[in-house]
Design a protein around this ligand. Structure first.
Ligand SMILES: Nc1nc2c(ncn2[C@@H]2O[C@H](COP(=O)(O)OP(=O)(O)O)[C@@H](O)[C@H]2O)c(=O)[nH]1
Ligand SMILES: [Mg+2]
Ligand SMILES: [Zn+2]
Length: 349
């Protein structure tokens, strides 16, 4: 990489993004990374430091935290985002209301699925977040917080490891410091991690602890002025003490899946490998003969709950795929109507 933008390397700039920026051939512009996206503008880390930039009129993509962007003009007038550079990964969730995908964070290398040990383990929710993680193209890590108040951390770690093939699992406490070194070691300098999990699980507390005691994020503590709780409302990118980059998010409870069957295969790889050995290619793992998945349930190698969860997510995904198809059909029909109106107006006077 050329000598330019050295300080941005600490924020994850590499050849991929730099070349993508240079190929735009902009003059009087510069490159930066969105560290917080607000309505109508963003906070962007540039070579010169942090700036606020408005959204340019020609932007085609809504910028999100973690995006690499081109900003212009340099030096004069207010800064504006003129382009969102191609993303390497994106964390997306489906909105059932608008039938669209919302991108929660971009260009992340790993996803931390955060769950608290202070309540009953919610394995099904962890599975769902792991699917979101796998479909983003980033690598998942599961973090079980508040180990200081857990009865049996080892058993919980074991239960989670069983439903998280391919992901490492950590038990940590921000209070005692337990497990923090191991987790910190997984976050390498200049790589970006996003935290996903419901609010109250200790994400912001964890971010502050990893940031090296600096209080960067507001946590769910009651404030000393008695004005109630102050919790994370935006997604922000922070640089940690060890040089890793971390995106804190407000709580995500309901996460819809997006249309991507491969992600399910990653999150449930042990089931899909068994399924490949079933006699029928389209085995539904119910009453079919020579079903390896059912056999695994029968001999205890696979839990019934895990299989249920896989099937439920598979149904969700089929439903989303069908809705996407319906939307495509509707868009195509609208396009036909428009074309035929144009044709009519051309020939029928
Ligand atoms: N006992 C214990 N409490 C914690 C720990 N981490 C966070 N908390 C508490 O959990 C609550 C929610 O924390 P917060 O970081 O705001 O959660 P967030 O909503 O996921 O960002 C706060 O009252 C924290 O003090 C921990 O390791 N141990
Ligand atoms: Mg928070
Ligand atoms: Zn089968």
């Amino acid at each position: 990489m050329s000598g330019a933008f050295q300080s941005l390397r600490l924020f994850g700039l590499d050849d991929f993004f730099l070349q993508s920026y240079q190929s735009l051939g902009l003059t009087g512009a510069t490159i930066g990374r969105v560290i917080r996206a607000d309505v109508g503008g963003c906070r962007v880390m540039c070579e010169e430091g942090e700036i606020h930039a408005g959204l340019g009129p020609s932007l085609e993509t809504t910028p999100t935290t973690g995006d690499w962007v081109a900003i212009g003009p340099q030096g004069r007038g207010p800064h504006q985002l003129v382009a969102v550079l191609e993303r390497r990964t994106e964390i997306a969730r489906a909105s059932f209301r608008t039938l669209t995908e919302q991108v929660l964070a971009a260009n992340v290398d790993s996803v931390m699925v955060v769950s608290s040990l202070s309540n009953k383990l919610r394995l099904r929710r962890i599975e769902r977040l792991l699917v979101i993680a796998w479909q983003s193209g980033a690598l998942p890590v599961v973090v079980l917080t508040k180990a200081d108040v857990a009865d049996d951390v080892a058993t919980a770690l074991e239960a989670v490891a069983a439903i998280a093939p391919g992901a490492s699992v950590h038990g940590v406490s921000a209070v005692t410091g337990e497990g923090m070194d191991g987790l910190s070691a997984e976050l390498s300098p200049r790589t970006t991690t996003v935290m996903l999990g419901p609010s109250g699980t200790g994400k912001s507390t964890l971010a502050n602890a990893l940031a090296g005691g600096e209080r960067l994020m507001e946590t769910g503590n009651v404030r000393s002025d008695g004005k109630g709780r102050h919790t994370t409302v935006t997604r922000e990118l922070l640089k940690l003490a060890n040089g890793a980059l971390l995106i804190d998010t407000p709580g995500l409870r309901a996460v819809g899946l997006v249309d991507d069957p491969d992600a399910l295969g990653d999150a449930f790889s042990e089931i899909e490998s068994l399924a490949e050995l079933c006699r029928f290619n389209d085995c539904r793992h119910r009453t079919e003969p020579d079903c390896r998945v059912r056999e695994a349930v029968a001999d205890g190698a696979l839990s019934e709950e895990r299989l249920d969860s896989y099937e439920r997510l598979r149904r969700d995904q089929a439903r989303i795929a069908a809705r996407n198809d319906a939307r495509l059909r509707a868009e195509r029909a609208a396009e036909w109507r428009r074309l035929s109106r144009e044709t009519r107006s051309r020939f029928v006077r």
